[in-house]
Design a protein around this ligand. Structure first.
Ligand SMILES: [Zn+2]
Length: 101
């Protein structure tokens, strides 16, 4: 069980439980990373860069419904997810762990 960064949890308290279900369901499928194609070691835990991260296929910032749409979720490495670009919800508070590309 890992947590969203605090900045997200504050505003997403109501949806976090539903998102956790969707994320866990996706995780249980044990799929390879959809961004780089490599297998994911599901024994690794967040915030390990190679750990599982549920990635939103389409950004949900303008479409809140997409955040809780199981069809909008894909498996990815945390590192791959963060390097996609739309990582504003990861960048805050993770200065030492993130890199500037
Ligand atoms: Zn990957």
């Amino acid at each position: 069980m890992h947590r969203e960064p605090v900045t997200m949890a504050n505003s997403m308290r109501g949806t976090s439980a539903r998102w956790a279900k969707i994320r866990d369901a996706q995780k249980s499928r044990r799929l390879p990373c959809n961004l780089c194609g490599q297998p994911i070691d599901y024994s690794l835990k967040w915030p390990h860069p190679q750990s599982f991260s549920a990635d939103h296929i389409r950004p949900y910032e303008h479409n809140p419904d997409l955040r809780l749409d199981p069809g909008n979720v894909q498996s990815s490495h945390l590192r791959c997810n963060q390097s996609k670009g739309d990582n504003q919800h990861y960048s805050a508070g993770m200065g030492s762990a993130s890199q500037v590309f």
